[in-house]
Design a protein. Structure first.
Length: 278
């Protein structure tokens, strides 16, 4: 028989699974989901990872770890178990273990860029900060990949990040309008503003950053409006703006079909392809 303690923990896990991202009339709250995810994927200064230190082609070559746990449930996301099954995915690692693995692989491949990806980079603040402290003692640069939700909600986070010199933050905005964001993520439409606030906080704190805008489901008109909004924060953001066109991996395609969604554009073998409509 299960002890009372394990019964309680099991009940809490079941409750989290049932309630952490179900759609409400205007979507779930990604701030609350981040808090719930953090309880699952962090333990003290440890965080869960599905994989440590593999070379990727992005940014011209980078060494990346695969994190577990995210506060969005994007229907187009390539990451499956690390996002959708955080309870049963990955193992806990200390910041030192993660850093050692990244640095060893970076030295092997001659890379100066390291990161953690496939989930949300701001979950587990203590874990992140300890990694960044180690990175600052090297000539490596850490790319913090984030959806900007937590950074937009908490201005102090950006101020804390400003003490790290070997850091660059990449903020990914999921869509070009509130309605599109709600459709793509299932999150409350009002939380769409948070990544834009994150950029304001980061730039005010002097943290190096750029924007990635998911545009596969967007109209040309809405892309222009999003660009104007970014320019109103700081015109320089447009110079480093990345426009992301999704890749239709089999699981992504299956998920989109389930929700009766189809992108306007996709990326395949480095080329941008316009999708034909029946």
């Amino acid at each position: 028989m299960l002890s009372c303690r394990y019964k309680t923990r099991f009940s809490m896990m079941k409750k989290l699974k049932k309630t952490d991202h179900k759609d409400k009339p205007d979507g779930y709250d990604p701030i609350l989901l981040a808090e719930k995810e953090e309880k699952i994927v962090t333990r003290g200064n440890k965080r869960k990872y599905a994989r440590l230190a593999r070379p990727l082609r992005f940014y011209g070559g980078i060494i990346s770890a695969t994190e577990v746990g995210c506060n969005l449930r994007c229907k187009f996301c390539f990451s499956d178990k690390p996002v959708r099954r955080p309870h049963s995915t990955g193992r806990f690692y200390t910041p030192q273990q993660v850093f050692n693995a990244l640095k060893k692989k970076a030295d092997q491949y001659g890379s100066k860029l390291i990161s953690a990806s496939a989930s949300e980079g701001t979950i587990g603040r203590q874990h992140l900060f300890e990694i960044l402290e180690m990175v600052d003692k090297t000539d490596l640069v850490y790319i913090l990949e984030t959806n900007g939700i937590t950074l937009g909600h908490d201005p102090d986070f950006s101020r804390e990040l400003s003490r790290f010199r070997n850091l660059h933050v990449r903020v990914s905005i999921k869509g070009t309008t509130k309605e599109e964001y709600r459709m793509l993520t299932g999150a409350s439409s009002e939380s769409y503003d948070l990544p834009y606030k994150a950029l304001e906080h980061l730039m005010n704190a002097g943290v190096s950053c750029n924007v990635c805008l998911v545009v596969s489901f967007s109209s040309t008109k809405d892309i222009k409006k999003a660009e104007q909004r970014l320019a109103s924060i700081r015109p320089g953001l447009l110079k480093s703006l990345e426009k992301e066109h999704i890749t239709l991996f089999p699981k992504v395609l299956k998920r989109l079909k389930k929700h009766e969604m189809m992108p306007n554009t996709i990326q395949r073998s480095g080329e941008i392809i316009e999708m034909k409509r029946n």
